[in-house]
Design a protein around this ligand. Structure first.
Ligand code: ADP
Ligand code: MG
Length: 330
């Protein structure tokens, strides 16, 4: 059974950056306005995420890391209308099968917090009272210690840290009311260090620099025809002046950071059709759809999504981008 659990867990948590994504989303779900990440050895030795969210109640600690334990889903029907980012109750549990997880947490109004470690879905000991500041800190140590092949592959590949920095940068420009930091363990300097920004544009400027922000244009698109699609989108896209060697595509659908390959392709087509000589684009897009139109269950890591009326939405967005690029270029 434990081998099966471990294999399943390795599917949910594929690399250190996927663990970071799950932990940060939990912090956001907990209402945190400040989230700090510390990483050692590309996340294989240590991932530590600290937040100032609402904390975890003492009575929830024993089952926190059991599979399918979630405070975010009370009935199967909720799956249809789920609004928060987590809902499967699998992320934390999975981490305990492929790493050593220690949780320190305090809920509002308590005099002290609790610390407890987990392995293979269960607590290793009773929660120990400890001093704690507001919120939750989750430490994942020795990720994939029991998956030799995975560990080797990750050790040989380039370290996951740049991916983690990238992930945090994207969260930072979306959650403009939250401050984020990300640093390597022992480093003085943070590689992501944002304060709550007054606007999305200012957040982009803070994270991606003035020179990127300078070449961005605002874009919006929507369709409210139920027979085609219902959605609305707002974002920023790079103009003809922008110079970059690779595409930056930051996509949020209903507050979740996701990927949608058909949309990405359509955007690249829009650029090459209208600005054949331009560099690779920078795109930030936030799309809102009825929650029941988004299928986030395509993959256990919840990154690639499928959406209802995808073709129509993708076409509308592609048209909007083409006309924006054409009008700005003439
Ligand atoms: P999910 O997010 O899908 O519910 P997870 O395995 O990611 O599942 O987390 C399990 C539960 O642990 C969450 O539903 C939440 O109640 C609690 N939790 C995890 N991280 C935090 C956090 N940083 N602050 C408060 N509660 C948390
Ligand atoms: Mg979660």
């Amino acid at each position: 059974e434990s081998v099966v659990n471990r294999i399943a867990a390795g599917e949910v948590v594929q690399r250190p950056s996927s663990a970071v994504k799950e932990l940060v989303e939990n912090s956001i779900d907990a209402g945190a306005t400040s989230i700090s990440v510390i990483v050692k050895d590309g996340g294989l030795k240590l991932i530590q995420v600290s937040d100032n969210g609402h904390g975890i109640r003492y009575e929830d600690l024993p089952i926190l890391c059991e599979r399918h334990t979630t405070s975010k889903l009370t009935s199967f029907e909720d799956l249809q209308t789920i609004k928060s980012m987590g809902f499967r109750g699998e992320a934390l549990a999975s981490m305990t099968y492929v790493g050593h997880v220690t949780v320190t947490t305090i809920t509002d109004g308590q005099l002290h917090g609790y610390r407890v470690s987990y392995r293979d879905g269960v607590m290793e000991h009773e929660p120990k009272p400890c001093a704690a500041v507001k919120g939750t800190q989750i430490m994942v140590e020795n990720l994939f210690y029991n998956m030799v092949a995975r560990r080797k592959t990750l050790q040989n590949a380039s370290d996951d840290y740049p991916k983690i920095v990238d992930l945090l940068s994207r969260f930072a420009i979306y959650h403009t009311n939250t401050s984020f930091t990300c640093r390597k363990h022992g480093a003085n300097k943070a590689d992501v260090n944002t304060i709550a920004a007054s606007s999305r544009f200012n957040a982009i400027k803070m994270v991606y620099g003035v020179s990127t922000a300078r070449d961005l244009m605002e874009i919006v698109a929507s369709d409210n025809n139920p027979s085609r699609a219902i959605f609305d989108m707002d974002g920023f896209i790079s103009s003809a002046n922008y110079l970059a060697k690779k595409t930056t595509m930051i996509l949020f659908i209903n507050d979740r950071q996701v990927e949608c390959t058909p949309l990405k392709r359509a955007i690249e087509v829009a650029y090459s059709a209208t600005l054949p000589k331009a560099s690779k684009p920078f795109i930030f897009m936030s799309i809102r759809l009825p929650t029941e139109h988004v299928d986030v269950n395509v993959h256990p890591t919840k990154r690639e999504v499928r959406i209802l009326n995808q073709e129509s939405i993708v076409n509308t967005i592609q048209d909007a981008i083409e006309s924006k690029l054409m009008s700005s270029n003439s």
